[in-house]
Design a protein around this ligand. Structure first.
Ligand SMILES: Nc1ncnc2c1ncn2[C@@H]1O[C@H](COP(=O)(O)OP(=O)(O)OP(=O)(O)O)[C@@H](O)[C@H]1O
Length: 697
């Protein structure tokens, strides 16, 4: 069969094609246009059957349908063949088929399938049979012999129909590679679209976050600014700008250190190299500074605390963010509080001191009277006091208990240039060993258990005045060295405090011990002894200056009666002699007690002294009493010093017997004798053993 014969083969579109080239003889050419779409093509030069069809203006619906079908066939994107299965000829091929077969459509129509599918006709038969039987079929077994020789993966799909007793197949050929590529492209498109959407969403999200961050930065009460690695400001929040009195625009891009951080609070220049903000990103560490100044636009300094945090981007340091707070108000309040607390502490100390002074004042009232006495001893004593008082020399007053040592200390202080400052007495015998240091030098709160608050020591209280260390021989050895230091250097520290305090104090010490002997025995530091004993004053016992007894007795009687509002009884010569005859182991204090008791017990203006029992017959005491009795109002027999000592010792022994050997405390011999326990102990030490009979017995 020739090409010309093959193209003349009829088919479903044959009626449309036959004799219609150029539109001649077309039954619908004279008809009116059916629609604008078809009419719209009129202007185009007809070049094909389809163009001719478009040019038609009057078509009946069947004709139109046929034309449209033909056009759809022509323009279908897949290669499509109209096949007569019985003859195995291609009746028509569309443009896509022409493209696939790499041949003009006209050269495909009318040709045998065997030309295009050589050696595959068996597959074709099976395929067409199936399509004819089932109405449709598809296969991927057929391949095309194309000029490029490239294997094409194809899918053939056939739909069967019948016309005028003839079977026809419409075979659509899909290039599977193209289809696969389309799927890939489509998938890629989908991904692309999705990615684009995702990206837009992320962009929106970040825009939102940035907006929120800006809002947060703007709303933050703290000043926040950022600097790049050159130290130039990259952003400033409104709070920072307001605190420093700038407009944010004035700070952006400027070297922040030289604008706001150029000097320290004391006015010295602040080198950039020392600036913690710069160091934050140079060293990659966060720096926190709790008290520095930033400088405002108007030149005023703003006290700030700030944190400089390095900003790292992709492993590289890109700058720092600085968050700061104006602490001027807080610092002011802290300073006010500190001042208030210091004032409070000062006030408390002053009150404490005043309290101590007042207590001293009350206590020293007892010593307010002058040193009395007509004896040479008292005259000598007063001379010594007058001599030493104006100097600042330390004084060591020695003497038995009750001989007037404290009275001497007060007299020296009163007559000194320090008299307008207090005299502070410390009874060293009354301080528990562990409290010595605190008592002397004070302590700070928490220095030891029970130190609930700061305490001023006695040395500090006496500053500018005099400290009277009564019973100085009782100071423990370990504290003696500290005492020596304050005497030498005039410096000391409160317990628990590093601060060294200076003090200007005159020291008057008193003791009934023989400190020389004590230091020889290693119980008292020799250097301290010499330090204290710059000017020694000895107070003689009353028994060695009995001439003072009348004056003292009269004074004690007068002051007692005045104090107790009693009539003043007459102190007779006999009374005086009786008093002179007694050995007065308790010295003036004992005399004072005896006189006081007698004043209270006086009947009808007559004094009756109740002196301690004199002891056994023939004893020195008895002798003394008898001598006084015998003398009446006249001067009687006088006891010798040895007799007096014997009398005193006998008296002490009797007191010990009466108290069953108890020396100190309530009901002890010291109380009975009217002397201090420490004095009694030193007396006992000096006494002969009890087996030895006292002289004169
Ligand atoms: N010469 C004196 N003139 C007036 N009063 C005196 C005299 N001597 C002592 N007294 C009085 O005797 C009492 C004891 O005196 P003071 O306390 O001064 O003695 P002391 O030696 O310090 O005693 P102690 O060693 O027991 O502390 C005081 O009331 C004091 O006024």
């Amino acid at each position: 069969m020739s090409d010309g014969e093959r193209t003349s083969h009829g088919g479903p579109f044959e009626a449309l094609d036959a004799g219609n080239e150029g539109g001649e003889g077309c039954p619908c050419c004279a008809a009116k246009p059916v629609n604008d779409a078809v009419a719209g093509d009129k202007e185009r030069q007809p070049s094909s059957t389809a163009d001719h069809d478009r040019r038609d203006t009057t078509l009946n619906p069947q004709h139109l349908g046929a034309i449209l079908l033909r056009q759809f066939f022509e323009r279908a994107p897949n290669a499509t063949l109209l096949i007569a299965p019985e003859s195995g000829l291609v009746i028509q091929a569309n443009r896509a088929a022409s493209a696939l077969f790499r041949r003009k459509a006209q050269t495909i129509a009318g040709r045998s399938l065997a030309e295009f599918y050589p050696e595959q006709m068996g597959i074709w038969h099976v395929f067409t049979e199936e399509a004819l039987v089932r109405g449709h079929a598809f296969t991927r077994d057929l391949t095309l012999a194309l000029p490029d020789g490239r294997p094409h993966r194809l899918e053939h799909m056939a739909v069967a129909t019948e016309q005028d007793g003839e079977d026809y197949l419409l075979v659509t050929i899909t290039d599977l590679d193209v289809q696969a590529q389309r799927s890939v492209d489509d998938e890629a498109n989908t991904y692309h679209r999705k990615g684009l959407d995702e990206w837009r969403r992320a962009e929106r999200y970040f825009r939102e976050i940035e907006r929120e961050h800006h809002l947060i930065l703007a709303a933050a009460g703290e000043g926040i600014y950022g600097v790049n690695v050159q130290g130039e400001t990259t952003f400033v929040n409104p709070a920072a700008a307001t605190m420093l009195g700038y407009d944010p625009a004035e700070l952006i891009g400027k070297d922040m250190h030289s604008v706001i951080h150029h000097h320290k609070a004391d006015g010295t220049p602040y080198a950039v190299a020392d600036c913690p903000i710069y160091n934050a990103f140079k060293q990659g560490t966060v720096k926190t500074v709790d008290d520095e100044v930033f400088w405002g636009k108007d030149g005023r300094s703003v006290r700030v605390e700030y944190t400089s945090t390095p900003i790292v981007d992709n492993g590289a340091m890109v700058g720092a963010v600085i968050v700061f707070r104006d602490i001027s108000e807080r610092k002011l309040n802290e300073e006010r509080l500190r001042t208030a607390l210091a004032d409070n502490a000062r006030l408390r100390e002053r009150l404490e001191m005043e309290n101590a002074y007042l207590r001293e004042e009350i206590r020293s009232q007892a010593h307010h009277h002058n040193i009395l006495g007509t004896s040479d001893a008292v005259a000598n004593l007063i001379r010594q006091i007058e001599l030493v008082a104006p100097t600042d020399a330390n004084v060591l007053v020695t003497g038995e208990s009750g001989t007037g040592k404290e009275l001497v200390a007060h007299a020296i202080h009163r007559a000194s240039a320090r008299s307008d400052r207090p005299l502070i007495r410390v009874n060293c015998a009354a301080i528990p060993r562990e409290l010595f240091e605190s008592e002397f030098f004070g302590h700070v709160r928490g220095a030891f258990t029970g130190a609930l608050r700061d305490r001023v020591g006695r040395f500090e209280l006496a500053n500018g005045g005099t400290i009277f260390l009564d019973e100085v021989g009782e100071i423990p050895l370990d504290l003696q060295s500290k005492l020596l230091r304050v005497l030498q250097d005039r410096r000391f520290e409160r317990i628990g405090e590093d601060r060294t305090r200076e003090v200007d104090v005159r020291v008057i010490a008193a003791t009934n011990r023989d400190l020389k002997q004590e230091s020889a025995a290693g119980r008292f530091r020799e250097d301290l002894y010499f330090r204290l004993n710059v000017f020694p004053i000895e107070c003689l016992p009353l028994r060695e200056r009995t001439g003072d007894i009348p004056v003292l007795a009269a004074e004690f009687l007068a002051t007692t009666c005045a104090r107790l509002n009693l009539p003043v009884p007459k102190l007779t010569k006999a009374n005086v002699e009786m008093l002179r005859a007694y050995s007065w182991p308790g010295n003036a204090r004992e005399l004072q007690n005896v006189v006081e008791r007698a004043a209270i017990l006086a009947r009808g203006g007559k004094l009756a002294f109740s002196l301690p029992e004199t002891g056994r017959p023939g004893s020195a005491t008895e002798t003394a009493t008898n001598a006084v009795d015998a003398a009446g109002d006249d001067a009687g027999s006088i006891l010798t010093a040895a007799e007096m000592i014997a009398l005193e010792e006998a008296n002490i022994r009797r007191a010990l017997e009466a108290c069953r050997g108890k020396v100190s405390g309530p009901g002890g011999a010291a109380e009975l004798l009217g002397m201090k326990a420490t004095t009694l102990y030193s007396r006992l030490k000096a006494m002969a053993p009890p087996s030895e009979p006292p002289p004169g017995t």
